[in-house]
Design a protein around this ligand. Structure first.
Ligand code: NYM
Length: 212
């Protein structure tokens, strides 16, 4: 039993443009891992349940206006307010599958023209993911998928810029999956990557902080 041996859970992040399939693939992965008897939770950022998250949600719904740097720092604060809980879950052997993380934070704000290094600074010290699965779908293909919603950022021109910034953020923890493959193929590739990652963390891969 992994908990008795004191081995830790994995931090697995799904990233990608809006409509890339992250949310449904996260749900599929979590239910698969649970069916395998693995202790795992499904998380997402922004976490709209906190008071910071509610400010973010109102901004995304265009109910409020905020300066670009202000909203950037709120997205970051929303991750910081969850950091200690994340760490204790991971150290107690529970894995977390997170829909969006710091990469979304940097890519979306940098797409507005903010300096990338400035955007990364408040993320320094957050827990580094063990695995980032990037669902690669072109902005054009994503836009064809049943249309965007009405939230801020959900339009083709902006998503093109976000895609460029995501491309610059890839590090050793990233695995890029072609998000245009059939859903089951994407699902199977994600399962394999996740199981591999869980095994490495169980075997003693240390927890580290951003940025790698
Ligand atoms: N978003 C998300 C950011 O701009 N910065 C962040 O740090 C995060 C986590 O929020 N269009 C943007 C990306 C999305 C929007 O996310 C809402 P979701 O996954 O659609 O609820």
């Amino acid at each position: 039993n992994s908990q008795l041996l004191g081995s830790r859970g994995s931090l697995i992040v799904l990233e990608g443009l809006d409509r890339s399939g992250k949310t449904s693939q996260s749900a599929k992965l979590v239910s698969y891992l649970k069916s395998e008897g693995i202790s795992v939770e499904s998380w997402r950022f922004p976490d709209r349940s906190t008071s910071v998250g509610q400010m973010i949600s109102a901004y995304l719904a265009n109910e409020t206006q905020l300066d670009d740097r202000t909203i950037h720092l709120l997205f970051s604060a929303n991750r910081w307010e969850k950091r200690s809980l994340m760490e204790s879950k991971l150290r107690n052997g529970t894995s977390l599958v997170i829909d969006r993380y710091s990469y979304s934070g940097v890519a979306f704000s940098a797409a507005k023209g903010l300096d990338t290094e400035w955007c990364k600074a408040p993320e320094v010290g957050l827990i580094a993911p063990d695995l980032v699965i990037f669902l690669d779908v072109s902005p054009e293909r994503a836009a064809e998928r049943g249309g965007y919603g009405t939230e801020r950022y959900e339009h083709l021109e902006f998503q093109r810029k976000v895609a460029q910034h995501y491309a610059n953020l890839q590090d050793a923890s990233w695995k890029v999956i072609d998000g245009c493959l059939p859903v089951e193929d994407v699902e199977n590739q994600i399962r394999e990557l996740a199981l591999n990652c869980l095994a490495k963390c169980r075997a003693g891969k240390p927890l580290t902080n951003l940025w790698l």
